[in-house]
Design a protein around this ligand. Sequence first.
Ligand SMILES: Cc1cc2nc3c(=O)[nH]c(=O)nc-3n(C[C@H](O)[C@H](O)[C@H](O)COP(=O)(O)O)c2cc1C
Length: 272
Amino acid sequence: MKVYRVLRNRTASRGKQLGYVAGVLTMPAFLALATLFAFGLAAMVIAGHLAATVNGGPAGVDQASSAEQGLGASSFGKPAGKPTKVVGSSGQPRRTARVLVVYYSRSGNTLKMAEAVVEGARSVPGTEVLLREVTTVNKEDLNWADAIALGCPTYFANIPGIMKECLDQWNWKWKVDFTDKIGGAFATGGGQMGGKEHAMVSLLLFMLSNRMMVAGPLFEDETGEDIWGEPGAGAMTGPLDPGVSEKELESGHRLGQRLATLAVRWIGSAQL
Ligand SMILES: Cc1cc2nc3c(=O)[nH]c(=O)nc-3n(C[C@H](O)[C@H](O)[C@H](O)COP(=O)(O)O)c2cc1C
């Protein structure tokens, strides 16, 4: 029994010694790991703070993606509303200019003009074009556009009521911000002096009231020496000159071309 107790005591004290030695050996390693972890954590916090400062705050990622939207985006600490330069490594605009063509048409004349405007806009390199009937256009389409062409028939020397109702909704209900978007208008009318120019001017006034910049088609004679502009594009469709002629379609084409050209320039010249 005595021998057994002596053996047990010896074994116990040897165990304590071993535990002490292991503790002494592992402590520095533990302390080294803890120090490394603390340094790493501090470095991450400092790096995060610096990155946030460079990007103008924690919203840096959102701002970069809003820069993709180009006009009016708040980017890299610049105040909102300032145009943003969106260029790729080649120095070219990173995204295309967006032209939206919105029309109302019951018997197809104004639709033909709208299609000519679309073709004109498409003929300008670096342009994306969307055609929408006025009752189907939505808020996203309107926000998406850099340039908007509006067209409608003449009803009693003015724009049709349905067109007015939709336009009012864009502002009153949808609260679309049209600031600095480029705009142009076109109208068809049955009569020679039936008021289609008045309808077209009404569309332009809507745009001006909503802080847009408006433009019309450009023309030149065969020699190219005589050049002029018009407030919009139009077609006379009544019995005196039925349908939409090639020349009238050309005015729509020129309108689309002008709006797209301005939109491409506007995006390309916007400064950081
Ligand atoms: C209710 C109504 C009123 C119209 N009022 C005029 C008018 O005041 N002046 C005019 O030149 N044409 C007038 N028109 C003719 C249309 O403006 C013309 O036919 C137009 O090209 C129709 O366009 P759409 O084919 O795109 O619907 C009127 C047509 C309708 C249905």
